[in-house]
Design a protein around this ligand. Sequence first.
Ligand code: GLC
Length: 415
Amino acid sequence: MSEPEGFNADLDWLIRDRFGLFIHWGLYALPARHEWVKNRERIPDEQYDRYFRHFNPDLFRPEEWAAAARRAGMRYMVITSKHHEGFALWDSQLTDYKATNTPYGRDLLRPMLDAFRAEGLRVGLYHSLIDWHHPEYPIDGLHPMRDNVEFREREKGRDMAKYAAYLHGQVRELLTHYGRIDYMWFDFSYPGSDWGWSKGKGRADWRSEELEAMCRELQPHIVFNDRLDLGRGVRTPEQYQPRRTSAAEYHFWEACQTMNGSWGYDRDNLDWKPVGLLVRMLIDSVSKGGNLLLNVGPTGRGEFDPRSLERLEGVGRWLHHHGRAIYGCGAAEETPPDDCRYTRSGDRLYLHVFAWPFRNLHLEGLGGRVEYAQLLHDASEVRYRERPGDGTLTLELPVQQPDVAVPVVELFLRR
Ligand code: GLC
């Protein structure tokens, strides 16, 4: 795929791999009620520090995380080096607010990157532009202390330039000392926000052009997402699946999705998506030419919780049989029947059947174009008939839905 405006990176691996693991992990795993807990509950640093004092993920085994991701069929991973809370998962020389100073006492990032690379996955860093802990980060309408007028008054001399220098310095550390990083996932700019007493932050505040240039200087191959407020990078629709027409306007996009609505570990959350829905979201993304970055929020003991593991295993089971309908595939020109999606790679067209019909499926525009058809999971033939002249091919399907999350018919197109 040609490099579009604003990219200097090789996107081919991202387009081929299609499916990645997002990991949101930090001190917020301890309150275990969403990664924005500090904002939502307006928690001052002195109270939030209890989580720093008790952060000790003694069951952290990054090799287990990486193996679970590979078994799930994920081909790349993006981990939060720092989230909005400002806590660094690595041994940063620019702050004391880091994993090595917690009871755990060690760098969490290096073993994690090594473990995922060892499993053959590419690695990316989610790095928060926002920082609710840094003493020079100007208080604004998203800050946990936004409603404390006395605190705001006392802190109004904060210097954004000093914070931006810290931001750049930490990114430099990460791209210098942690090996090859394939993807920088910055989060997020909000230049249009205005609370009267404060405004949002965007490219001028972060010095985004320089930040992007520095990343490219250090790791020229690196891919960026679109949240530096520069109007370029991989588009990142969040917690929704874009419409086909919108997806067609993005040069390249990746839907980032949670399993239950929360990025960070959220103990009492009951909104867990079933495996079938997660599989359909992956198919939907690829059918529109995009990727799915599916999130797990590990616990404060350093484990993927059973509900996350169950879903990763379920998606992996489906991909075990259907991976070639996803990896390296993209959108098809043809319009699928209702409740179906097409993905395409060369002369293979894959029909993903979201709602199993009774016996027949009519494929418009495929008359005379198909040489053979089979159910992908077991390579069992699917017979079909064609009505000469009207361009329709009608599949003759078994009454029983195959016992897979989403059945797929592999259509071998005539060359
Ligand atoms: C939003 C949230 C942040 C989350 C990100 C993931 O920006 O603020 O908590 O990490 O989405 O895409």
